[in-house]
Design a protein around this ligand. Structure first.
Ligand code: ZN
Length: 261
């Protein structure tokens, strides 16, 4: 089986000591591509560098809503240039996080809208980070007529909110959270969404699956997310792997990835 990790932070210092080994084990586990989102500008050079040197790693630079102190207006100009010049597959991770109250809402919204505009101009999808703000994010996507879709990462909303994202052209990513029995609400959503709406992610090094609770998460554990999804849904593991991989390929335009051969 082949998988795509649609949200991995393999470029960060968490993997500095064993990057090559983790990448190699992930490939052996069937992870044929990883999407690496940005967090703040100072990490972009390394992010782009690892994606230039490893063909199965794909860059999605952006400015995360929780690190407003790290961002400045010239980072948006730099992102515009990157979107023109580099082979990037999305803008991410961007959005609104109203769970952490120390990040001012208006500044988050301005940053989100500015990055949506960059994605729009360059015809790129976006990787959304949204906590306690799904209705606000959806209102902005509608108001700005954002048409390029993308992925809602670490989805934690209701089934109805998920369905609204589908109508806006987005797919829903499930990761380590669904491997925990206690995550009943999100497991219900994962059970009922149409298969063409779903992609897989790890968010490594965060959100480790139940078998690795308390450890550093890794893209090599992506098959454990599939196991949990398959236990919840009627389709076979092979079919879910094939469909979620095809979904990720279509979001990021990775058509040169030949699946199943
Ligand atoms: Zn992330």
């Amino acid at each position: 089986m082949q998988f795509i990790d649609t949200h991995s932070h393999l470029d960060t210092h968490h993997f500095a000591g064993d990057f090559k080994e983790v990448l190699s084990r992930s490939r052996q586990a069937g992870v044929i591509a990883q999407i690496l989102p940005g967090v703040f500008q100072s990490w972009w050079p390394n992010l782009l560098e690892v994606c230039r040197s490893e063909k199965d790693l794909h860059a999605a630079p952006g400015l995360h809503p929780l690190y407003l102190d790290h961002h400045s207006p010239h980072h948006l100009e730099e992102l515009t240039l990157l979107a023109q010049s580099e082979r990037i597959v999305a803008i991410g991770e961007i959005g609104l996080d109203y769970y952490h109250r120390n990040s001012p809402k208006q500044a988050q919204e301005d940053l989100f809208i500015a990055q949506l505009r960059i994605a729009d101009v360059h015809g790129l999808p976006v990787l959304l980070h949204v906590r306690k703000a799904h209705d606000q994010v959806q209102a902005i996507l509608r108001r700005k007529y954002f048409k390029h879709g993308g992925i809602v990462h670490a989805f934690s909303g209701s089934r109805q909110q998920a369905e609204h994202y589908l109508k806006l052209g987005f797919k829903i990513a499930f990761g380590g959270t669904i491997t925990y029995d206690r995550a009943t609400k999100i497991r219900e959503v994962a059970k009922h969404l149409p298969l063409e709406a779903i992609v897989l992610e790890t968010d490594a090094p965060d959100i480790p699956p139940a078998h690795h609770n308390g450890e550093r998460n890794s893209p090599e554990y992506l098959p454990l997310v599939l196991d949990s999804l398959a236990a919840l849904r009627p389709e076979s593991k092979a079919l879910i792997a094939e469909a979620t991989t095809a979904n990720a390929i279509s979001v990021f335009g990775l058509d040169d990835l030949i699946v199943g051969t």
